[in-house]
Design a protein around this ligand. Structure first.
Ligand code: NAP
Length: 291
């Protein structure tokens, strides 16, 4: 038996349809154009591709988008001053600092991210938003785990009462994913590099989320027959070849449903960034959002 492939394009398109409607209401009824500012520091080629794609997606859907390019040797003070300006800019509702930061300011990452107004924190990384998520108040939620959960919901996959296992405990993916699944009443286990006998845990999963950053890490002997497998990983194994954390060809023979890489979760991440930007605009202007 071969698993149903959960195509990111299909679910991202559904999310974007809802966002378009919200943007139209915001523009026509309230005279508000949602705006996103993305700050990129330095010349990291992968970051440039991600930022260009975010900018394009904003323009396509009708979100005002600004990309602020700062030199690789920019000081922490200049970067903080730029964020402060954007916090006070009424045209901008979402602010995102593209990671990773260059080495000389890496140690200041928390201070830099925490300087973003929590109501404009469309990445959902600010401690206020992390705290809200952990007490079950979803304010601005990190885009990748949020996209995974939205995809499960749109695909009609029940989360309540299911055994969900997450491999990975990063602040960006694993931990927020834990909170999102828990608040939807799954029984959630989070595994990491010190977990013992990983396969015996992952085989209990009705929903298995892989966020490890290792190509083809999840093999078919780690998956319960019929499980839903969500592959968050993006690993470059050759100049133009991207693969996930799951051995797709093997695991699709065992799983009930599976996301591909590329063409899976990544597309939902961008859709949720657009969603968060519109949501931030609604929150800032006290307008009720429908989606
Ligand atoms: P990360 O910060 O490097 O975290 C990786 C996690 O995997 C850590 O918690 C680590 O455990 C765990 N891990 C490593 N080796 C393991 C092992 N042998 N057994 C069990 N757990 C192990 O990575 P991340 O930022 O969460 O990203 C994970 C992947 O998702 C990457 O490929 C990244 O590129 C991708 N990603 C994709 C999107 C998207 O839009 N699709 C967005 C974000 C990230 P320890 O904590 O013990 O070290």
């Amino acid at each position: 038996m071969s698993a149903t492939v959960l195509e990111g394009k299909f679910y991202a398109a559904q999310i974007k349809e809802g966002i378009k409607k919200d943007i139209s209401v915001l523009k026509n009824k309230h005279g508000i154009t949602p705006g996103l500012a993305v700050i990129i520091v330095g010349e990291n080629p992968a970051s440039k591709v991600y930022v260009a794609s975010k900018h394009r997606s904003c323009e396509e859907i009708g979100i005002y988008s600004e990309v602020i390019e700062l030199p690789a040797d920019v000081s922490k003070e200049i970067l903080l001053a730029k964020i402060a300006q954007l916090n006070n800019n009424d045209q901008i509702h979402g602010i995102l600092v593209q990671l990773p930061l260059p080495d000389h300011i890496k140690e200041n990452e928390a201070e830099i991210l925490n300087s973003i107004d929590p109501n404009k924190d469309v990445d959902g990384f600010h401690p206020v938003n992390v705290g809200k998520l952990s007490i079950g108040e979803e304010h601005l939620v990190p885009c990748t785990p949020y996209g995974c959960v939205k995809m499960l919901e749109l695909a009609g996959i029940d989360i309540e009462g299911k055994n969900a296992v997450i491999i990975g405990r990063s602040n960006i993916v694993g931990k927020p994913m834990f909170n999102l699944l828990l608040s939807r009443n799954a029984t959630v286990t989070v595994c990491h590099s010190r977990s013992k006998d990983l396969a015996s845990i992952t085989k209990q999963a009705d929903i298995l989320i892989a966020a490890v950053g290792k190509p083809h890490f999840v093999t078919s002997d780690m998956v319960k027959p019929g499980a839903v497998v969500i592959d968050v990983g993006i690993n470059r194994i050759a100049e133009k070849k991207l693969v996930g954390d799951v051995d797709f060809e093997q695991v699709k023979q065992v799983a009930g449903a599976i996301t591909p890489v590329p063409g899976g979760v990544g597309l939902l991440t961008i859709a949720m960034l657009l969603h968060n930007t519109v949501k931030a605009a609604c929150l800032i202007h006290n307008v009720t959002i429908t989606n």
